[in-house]
Design a protein around this ligand. Structure first.
Ligand code: FES
Length: 156
C-alpha cells in the first residue's frame, strides 16, 4: 500500500522556512500538505506545540478550507468537473465510470490509495469540457475511451 507521510524534521524545516510565525499557519499547512498530500495528525500535533496554537484551532482551519484534507489521498487525485458546461457534456457519466470501474465513491480514496475521486464545480475551462484533472493537470474534451485508457495507466 502506498504510504505517504511526512517526517517531523521536515515539518520543522517548513515551520523554520516560515520563521516559526503563527500568522503563517495556513501557508505552513499548505506546505505540509504539498509534501504529505494530506495533513497527518502527528504533523498537526507537532505544529500545535511548536506554534503554541491549540490543536482544535488547527483542525478547525484544516477542515474549514476545502483545499486541505485530513485524510490520506491517493497517488492520483482525480477531479471530475460537474459545472454546468461539463455536466451537459457527460461529466456525470465520467465520474460514474471512475466510481464503477475503480469501486470508489466521490470524495473517497481507493483501498490501495491509488486514486482519490472528487467532483468539483467549474474549473474555468468550460470550452474544453468535459474536464477531468489529474493531480491538478487538466485533460479536456474527455471521452469514455480516453478515460478508460487513463485508468489503465494509473493501474500501471
Ligand atoms: S463547467 Fe467544467 S470547466 Fe466550466
Amino acid at each position: 500500500m502506498l504510504q505517504v507521510t511526512i517526517p517531523i524534521e521536515k515539518v520543522d524545516g517548513i515551520i523554520g522556512a516560515w520563521g516559526g510565525r503563527r500568522e503563517a499557519l495556513i501557508d505552513i499547512l499548505q506546505d505540509i500538505q504539498d509534501v504529505a498530500r494530506y495533513l497527518p495528525r502527528p504533523a498537526l500535533e507537532h505544529l500545535s506545540k511548536e506554534l503554541a496554537v491549540p490543536l482544535g484551532e488547527i483542525y478547525h482551519i484544516a477542515t474549514f478550507y476545502k483545499a486541505f484534507s485530513i485524510e490520506p489521498k491517493g497517488k492520483y487525485v482525480v477531479q471530475v468537473c460537474l459545472g454546468t458546461a461539463c455536466h451537459v457534456r457527460g461529466g456525470r457519466l465520467l465520474a460514474d465510470r471512475i466510481s464503477h470501474d475503480l469501486a470508489v465513491k466521490p470524495g473517497k480514496t481507493t483501498g490501495d490509495r491509488l486514486v482519490t475521486l472528487e467532483t468539483v464545480g467549474c474549473v474555468g475551462a468550460c470550452a474544453l469540457g468535459p474536464i477531468v484533472t489529474v493531480n491538478g493537470e487538466i485533460s479536456g474534451k474527455m471521452t469514455q475511451p480516453k478515460l478508460v485508457s487513463m485508468m489503465k495507466k494509473w493501474r500501471g
